[in-house]
Design a protein around this ligand. Structure first.
Ligand code: NAD
Ligand code: UD1
Length: 338
């Protein structure tokens, strides 16, 4: 099947293009390169051993979307395009709602016009806000988001639920990611944040490669086993396999489908640092700092629903995730600019 991959040059979308190809599908990318580098295209082509069709366009551009749907026989859409930096979203809420909410509504309208009725949406565990209990299952309350990025994901989920309700022949799947890390085992594609990384793993690998002096650990007084924040880190390869499973198992089933994509294991910041120290064979420089505003103590998934209904389960270990992140960073010390 031809699958339109919006944001296909980004971190997760690029891995999805490889996973789709290996599952026998044809990815067709639409990306405006606002947070990616065009050289990723050659890397995906190299891994897939075949040319990749790419449209340099914006999901908010209706004419461009209509052209893509007219030129390509698209069977389904995986929608990764969007802005994702929490801090930036607080400073630029309009840009975030425009890209993430208006952009998605625009995409949906173009799909309806082209009669393409299968959509997989990149949602986030951020829609659960500060969870009352962990592990978090799909029935846990959503909303209570604390920043425009999180609220944009929550708003899109609500729009898609209403749309699915009104269009009973559509298949819409919301995938709520926990914390994607890792990279393709080849080290050819991976996460390449611009500027100072906000997230833990890219910061750790940049300290390890010498681009940053030390890792600041944001809080060691949380009510967790060692006092540092606990998250559910999932290998990006497992994450994109979850998308392929959702497409294949739910794409032909009408309705709104919702799945957590996580491992079910909570890992603290200190456990992550120790895992990286083990892979490096040396200790990373770290310093304890105050909690980061807006952070929660613990967040990890109950991934049972995805296992039961999609036949999907995360396979990679924490060591694999750390090794592959490090392999990517070492092979590309300055990301795609290397
Ligand atoms: P990314 O920034 O690496 O990739 C997003 C891609 O979308 C980029 O290539 C960017 O250029 C493109 N893009 C952005 N706005 C666009 C627009 N208006 N039109 C066309 N292209 C546009 O991010 P990612 O980590 O790959 O995340 C992909 C999706 O998954 C995002 O929607 C993100 O919110 C969601 N998500 C990510 C994480 C995470 O930790 N990485 C967690 C939960 C959810
Ligand atoms: C962040 C986002 C969240 C998003 C998720 C996945 C915030 C407030 N939240 O959450 O919306 O869905 O990423 O993309 O940004 N940490 C450090 N030092 C660092 C970086 C992080 O100690 O330099 C700690 C954090 O305090 C946290 C853990 O590492 O305990 C993970 O942080 P991060 O990778 O930013 O992910 P989330 O906090 O889950």
């Amino acid at each position: 099947m031809n699958v339109l991959v919006t944001g296909g040059c980004g971190y997760i979308g690029s891995h999805a293009c490889v996973a789709l190809h290996h599952a026998g599908h044809t990815p067709i990318v639409l990306d405006n390169y606002s947070n990616s580098h065009p050289s990723v295209v050659g890397r995906i082509e190299e891994l897939n051993g075949t040319p990749l069709t790419v449209y340099q366009s914006d999901i908010r551009d209706s004419k461009a979307l209509a052209r893509v749907f007219a030129e390509q026989d698209i069977g389904a859409v995986m929608h990764f395009a969007g802005l994702k930096a929490v801090g930036e979203s607080v400073a630029k809420p309009l840009e975030y709602y425009d890209n993430n909410v208006t952009g998605t509504l625009n995409l949906l309208a173009a799909m309806r016009e082209a009669q393409v009725s299968k959509l997989i949406f990149s949602s986030s565990a951020t829609v659960y806000g500060d969870p009352a209990v962990v592990p978090i299952d799909e029935h846990s309350q959503t909303g209570g988001t604390t920043n425009p990025y999180g609220t944009s994901k929550y708003m899109v989920e609500r729009c898609l639920a209403d749309f699915a309700n009104a269009n009973s022949d559509w298949s819409i799947t919301l995938l709520r990611y926990f914390n994607p890390i890792g990279a393709h085992p080849s080290g050819r594609i991976g996460e390449d944040p611009s500027g100072i990384p906000n997230n833990l793993m890219p910061f750790i690998t940049q300290v390890a490669i010498g681009r940053r002096e030390a890792l600041s650990i944001f809080g060691n007084d949380y009510p967790t086993e060692d006092g540092t924040g606990v998250r559910d880190y999932i290998h990006v390869e497992d994450l994109v396999d979850g998308h392929v499973a959702a497409l294949e198992k739910r794409g032909d089933v009408a309705g709104l489908h919702v799945y957590n994509l996580g491992t079910g294991n909570g890992v603290s910041v200190l456990q992550m640092v120790n895992a990286m120290n083990g892979v490096l064979g040396r200790d990373l420089p770290v310093r304890m700092e105050a909690r980061r505003a807006g952070d929660i103590a613990e967040c990890f998934a109950n991934p049972a629903k995805a296992e039961q209904e999609l036949g999907w389960k995360a396979k990679y270990s924490l060591t694999d995730m750390v090794e592959h992140s490090w392999n990517w960073q070492q092979s590309n010390p300055n990301g795609y600019q290397s």
